[in-house]
Design a protein around this ligand. Structure first.
Ligand code: IPM
Ligand code: MN
Length: 358
C-alpha cells in the first residue's frame, strides 16, 4: 500500500512520542513493502503561538488529503491557568473532530500482565480485562447549544437519530468481531437523549441476533467497571459519558501510558494515544512512546493490515518483557530507558524480525 500520513505532533511530550511513532511506521512499511510519506502540520498551543489558531485551515487540509492522521497530544498549562484565554489548545482537538467528521472514538482497554501490579484494582479482578469503549465524538454536550452569563449557563445534550444509529452500528460491528456482547450505556431514567438512544438500540438489536445487547445506566457502569471489568466486551455511549468512562477504564489496567485510540468517521481517520501532553516532562526524554506506537498498530489494522499490527504489538510486548521500559513502568532496580531508546529498541525488533506473516 501507499500511505500518505499527516503527522500532528502538537504540544508537550507530543513531538517526542510522535518521532517514535513515525520511526515505527517507517520500519513496518519497509518490512512489508509499503510506501509511506509524511506531511507535518501544527496544532494545539504550538499553533496558537505560531498562527493564533489551534487547528489552522492548512492543518485541516493536510489532514483531509492524507490517508490517516498520526496525532500526538495538545495542551499547555499556560492556557489551563488562564480562565480568560479566548483560544485554547483543546479547541483545536474539537475542531479536528468536527471538521473531519470523526464521530466514532474507539478506545480499547487492554491489560498487560506485566503491568497489572500498577492497577489500583486487585490483581484477580483486573487480570484478563479486555474491552473496547466506543465513544460518540461529535455530538452531545460538547457540541450542543451553549449559553453562559454571570447567573446562568447551560450546555445542550442534543442527539439526532442518524447520529445515534451510525455509532450503534459501529458498536454492533465491533461486538460481532469480538465476543458478541454490546453494552449500551446511558442515563435513560433521567435524560431524554438517553431514552432516544435506548429506543433506537432496541429497534436495531434484532438486526444483530448473534450479539447480546444489554443496557446499563452510566453510574452503574462506572461501578461495574471497578467491580467486574471482565463483564464488558464492547460498550457504546455518548460523548460526555464516554469521556469519563474511558479515563476510568484506562487507569484500571495500570497502563494508561500504553493505551492507543482511533477516531473514525466521514473523512481521514486519526490515531492517537489516549494520554495528554504531560507538559512537565517535555524535552526530558522520559515519556512512554508505547501508546503512540500502539496507535500505529491500530492504523495498520484499520486498513486491514493485520500482520503489520501484530508485529508492532509483538515488538511492544517484547520490549516490556525485556524490561526496556520508561521510568514510570520500570520494575524496581531496573534500568530506566528514555523515550528514544524504547522507540529504537522496538524499531530494531521490527527490522530484525524475519517472520512477517507471524
Ligand atoms: C479526551 C480529552 C478531550 C475530551 C479534551 C482534551 C478536549 O479529555 O480526548 O478524552 O474531553 O474529549
Ligand atoms: Mn478525556
Amino acid at each position: 500500500m501507499e500511505f500518505k500520513i499527516a503527522v500532528l505532533p502538537g504540544d508537550g511530550i507530543g513531538p517526542e512520542i510522535s518521532e517514535q511513532g513515525v520511526a515505527v511506521m517507517t520500519a513496518v512499511c519497509e518490512k512489508f513493502g509499503h510506501k509511506v510519506t509524511y506531511d507535518y502540520a501544527i496544532c494545539g498551543a504550538d499553533a496558537i503561538d505560531k498562527v493564533g489558531d489551534p487547528f489552522p485551515e492548512e492543518t485541516f487540509h493536510t489532514c483531509l488529503h492524507a490517508d490517516a492522521v498520526l496525532f500526538s497530544a495538545v495542551g499547555d498549562p499556560k492556557y489551563d491557568n488562564d480562565p480568560t484565554a479566548k483560544v485554547r489548545p483543546e479547541q483545536g482537538l474539537l475542531a479536528m473532530r468536527k471538521k473531519l467528521g470523526l464521530y466514532a472514538n474507539i478506545r480499547p482497554v487492554e491489560t498487560f500482565d506485566c503491568l497489572i501490579h500498577k492497577s489500583p484494582l486487585k490483581d484477580e479482578l483486573v487480570r484478563g480485562a479486555d474491552f473496547i469503549c466506543i465513544r460518540e465524538l461529535t455530538g452531545g454536550m460538547y457540541f450542543g447549544e451553549k449559553y453562559q452569563d454571570n447567573d446562568k449557563a447551560y450546555d445542550t445534550n442534543f442527539y439526532s437519530r442518524p447520529e445515534i444509529e451510525r455509532i450503534l452500528r459501529i458498536g454492533y460491528e465491533y461486538a460481532r468481531r469480538r465476543h458478541k456482547h454490546l453494552t449500551v450505556i446511558d442515563k435513560a431514567n433521567i435524560l431524554a437523549s438517553s431514552r432516544l438512544w435506548r429506543q433506537i438500540a432496541k429497534e436495531m438489536a434484532p438486526q444483530y441476533p448473534d450479539v447480546l445487547t444489554d443496557f446499563m445506566y452510566v453510574d452503574n457502569a462506572s461501578m461495574r467497571m471497578l467491580q467486574e471489568p471482565r463483564f464488558f466486551d464492547v460498550m457504546v455511549t455518548e460523548n460526555t459519558f464516554g469521556d469519563i468512562l474511558t479515563d476510568e477504564g484506562s487507569c484500571i489496567t495500570g497502563s494508561m501510558g500504553l493505551l492507543p485510540s482511533a477516531s473514525t468517521g466521514d473523512h481521514t481517520p486519526v490515531f492517537e494515544p489516549i494520554h495528554g501532553s504531560w507538559p512537565q516532562a517535555k524535552g526530558q526524554d522520559i515519556a512512554n512512546p508505547l501508546a503512540q506506537i500502539l496507535s500505529v498498530a491500530m492504523l495498520f489494522e484499520y486498513f486491514g493490515l493485520e500482520a503489520e499490527g501484530r508485529l508492532i504489538r509483538k515488538a511492544v510486548s517484547a520490549s516490556l518483557d525485556a524490561n526496556v521500559r520508561t521510568p514510570e513502568i520500570q520494575v524496581e532496580g531496573g534500568a530506566k530507558y528514555g523515550t528514544k531508546e524504547v522507540g529504537a529498541w522496538i524499531v530494531r525488533f521490527i527490522e530484525s524480525s524475519n517472520d512477517i506473516s507471524n
